[in-house]
Design a protein around this ligand. Structure first.
Ligand code: SF4
Length: 347
């Protein structure tokens, strides 16, 4: 996969774009003005691998909370603002990036004021265009199409560039996978601003994971995308786990423990499903870059176990433990999770 070159943009202590790692974003679902809850959720997301976090800023109390939130977290904080330029201008003092939809922030003068606030604080702005909130004239001319979205973002970028502001990230999101893929491909051909990818309103954990994996995965495989967010109607923890899995499945990034397991069948000599579930839970915060294979029997087991750093293959009475392609010993079925955990943690 060859990544499309894009401009480098700094968001707090994280640089995105060009050859920088594709960053994982998520968004809190606490009330931002509830400072302790918001900080606790961000810390949890951070531990799971979230690298940039966005919070909604719907009112003055939420703006007031930004400073304290920022002081208590270690990842960049993005303020998400709609309808109110004043909130955006004030949030620029504390946040590492603003996310606005210029279409609903007000007239050009108001957008200019937000741009000036970002300039003064040296922070980027993400321009988010969503199919659900297009300008009426564009919708009339082009319908709800990728072309209409592209024209909308072009119009908005022109305002930013006219004001000599290039510290821009763009997001073009719809809940329709094909339209999202198309508009991002069109945009990437014409601009080199970094792109934040996502399928918006993707649905529950189940359907959202599938839609996001197809949409985000297709674009990443095209070399498009500098940050990603998986939007799920689920706890944000799940979004981060899915985002990591998308990036590691495409072998774009490596995160902690990667588990390969067989689907099981009548030949299975161990409870692969339960063991895998247990291991996933126990290792979800592990930073050890290691591959594990959990295989039910000797049909495909030895092959996969040899490929992984550590593997376990079910036998009739006991299981075989593999390490770096070699069988190192037999282990009891009830000890599998403990033995693998010890191996992962180098005990
Ligand atoms: Fe079935 Fe063995 Fe294949 Fe697992 S590895 S699916 S148990 S044949």
């Amino acid at each position: 996969m060859i990544r499309k070159p894009t401009k480098e943009i700094k968001i707090g202590n994280v640089t995105i774009g060009n050859n920088n790692p594709i960053a994982i974003q998520s968004m809190t679902n606490t009330l931002t003005k509830n400072i302790p809850e918001t900080i606790a959720q961000i810390k949890e997301l951070q531990e799971l691998g979230c690298e940039i976090v966005r919070v909604s800023v719907p009112d003055q109390e939420s703006v007031n909370a930004l400073k304290e939130i920022k002081q208590n977290i270690n990842i960049p904080l993005v303020a998400d603002i709609h309808f109110d330029a004043k909130l955006a201008i004030e949030a620029a003092k504390y946040a590492d990036k603003l996310r606005i939809n210029p279409g609903n922030i007000g007239n050009e003068e108001k957008i200019k004021q937000v741009i000036n606030a970002a300039k003064e604080n040296n922070i980027p702005i993400r321009i988010g265009v969503n199919l659900g909130s297009l300008e009426k004239d564009l919708e009339k001319e082009y319908g709800l199409t990728p072309k209409a979205m592209l024209e909308s973002v072009k119009r908005q970028i022109a305002i930013f560039e006219k004001n000599d502001f290039h510290n821009i990230v763009v997001a073009l999101k719809t809940s329709d996978i094909k339209k999202t893929i198309e508009v991002n491909r069109m945009f990437a051909k014409e601009y080199d601003y970094p792109i934040h990818l996502g399928i918006t309103e993707a649905g529950s954990g189940f359907s959202g994971t599938i839609k996001s994996s197809i949409g985000i995965g297709t674009l990443l495989q095209d070399g498009i995308g500098d940050t990603i967010r998986v939007s799920l109607s689920a706890q944000p923890n799940e979004e981060v786990k899915v985002a990591k899995q998308i990036l590691s499945s495409l072998k774009i990034r490596k995160f902690g423990v990667e588990i390969t397991s067989c689907p099981t069948c009548a030949r299975a000599n161990l409870d692969v499903i339960q063991t895998t579930k247990e291991l996933e839970k126990l290792t979800e915060k592990s930073k050890t870059p290691i591959s594990i294979a959990v295989m039910g029997c000797a049909v495909n087991g030895p092959g996969e176990a040899k490929e992984a750093d550590i593997g376990v293959v079910g036998g009739i009475d006991e299981c075989l433990l593999y390490k770096k392609g070699e069988i190192i010993r037999k282990i009891k079925k009830e000890d599998i999770s403990k033995v693998l955990l010890d191996e992962i943690e180098g005990r």
